[in-house]
Design a protein around this ligand. Structure first.
Ligand SMILES: Nc1ncnc2c1ncn2[C@@H]1O[C@H](COP(=O)(O)OP(=O)(O)O)[C@@H](O)[C@H]1O
Ligand SMILES: [Mg+2]
Length: 280
């Protein structure tokens, strides 16, 4: 019998909020890239049928079976078998796939259909990432539900353009339900203020409400308004490649990555740390 290096189930971080246009995709892409840059082997899993997170990257279309989220769900494949390398070292990608939008209906009658992703992630093999960052769709279909059930932690972007409490109450009800019915952890790791502009009254109001309601769970550094977030995906670049070190978007997401790692360490996780000596 041989003991290889310990292969652990990756930590799953879902970026979620059922509201559209709040910065989920921007946050998922740059959190995943930032974790990889920080030395955490990371996979970005695009679970929005629109495929906007995938659009930041180029990949070789495979000749065999398609490597994408739709195929992973349909055949219940291990996550590690559908990973594609990206141009960012340490970051792999599972693109959404053309048929992801139709997968909800297709899975409607499958057995244990809420836990398909949890099983795909748990079925770890050699080459497993340490962290999986999921970009989710702006509605609660079966695919999004799978993301919440598989999630250890959630990062919740909250746009400073609208009053958020109604939507957040809905999210919290869903999370309670997911924990109770499916035994998911699905713990909110933090709320990220996005589209943040201190000169706007609405920003000040949203920040006040959020910090009063959730205290330290709100990430200290918001993601400020930065038009470069809109431009970078069409150049196939993450904000870390598109902006210089003093860029606003880049420094905001660098701060997010640092804080996420700090909060994970507080909870006993050490992604990116050297593996313990193996006793094989
Ligand atoms: N901090 C920001 N400043 C300016 N524009 C942003 C910021 N974050 C995201 N955007 C832009 O806002 C739009 C919606 O963001 P996106 O990440 O796609 O949200 P979601 O995935 O929640 O729909 C996109 O055009 C995106 O480029
Ligand atoms: Mg999106």
């Amino acid at each position: 019998m041989s003991f290889g290096p310990a292969i652990r189930r990756p930590l799953v971080l879902a970026v979620a909020n059922q509201k559209g246009g709040v910065g989920k995709t921007t946050t998922a892409v740059n959190l995943a890239a930032g974790l990889a840059i920080a030395g955490v082997r990371t996979a970005l899993l695009d679970l929005d049928g629109q495929g906007s997170a995938s659009a930041t990257f180029r990949w070789e279309s495979s000749t065999g079976e398609p490597r994408d989220a739709a195929t992973m769900f349909a055949r219940e494949l291990p996550l590690t078998s559908v990973l594609l390398e990206t141009h960012v070292p340490g970051l792999s990608l599972v693109p959404a796939g053309d048929s992801l939008a139709g997968i909800d209906a297709k899975l409607a009658t499958s057995f244990g259909r809420e836990r398909i992703l949890a099983r795909c992630v748990a079925s770890v093999r050699e080459g497993a990432p340490e962290a999986v960052v999921i970009d989710t769709a702006p509605y609660l279909g079966l695919v999004t539900l799978n993301a919440l059930v598989a999630a250890d932690y959630l990062v919740v972007p909250v746009s400073c353009e609208y009053l958020p409490m109604l939507g957040l109450r809905l999210l919290h009800r869903t999370l309670e339900d997911v924990r109770r019915r499916y035994g998911a952890r699905a713990e909110v790791l933090g709320y990220l203020l996005t589209m943040y502009d201190r000169r706007e009254a609405i920003t000040v109001e949203v920040e006040g409400i959020l910090r009063r309601t959730f205290g330290d769970l709100v990430f200290p550094q918001p993601a400020r308004v930065d038009t470069r977030h809109k431009a970078s995906p069409s150049h196939k670049k993450t904000i870390f490649e598109f902006e210089g070190p003093s860029g606003r978007g880049r420094s905001d997401y660098a701060a997010l990555v640092e804080e996420v790692l700090r909060r994970l360490r507080q909870r006993g996780h050490h992604p990116g740390a050297p593996p313990p000596p193996s006793f094989g």
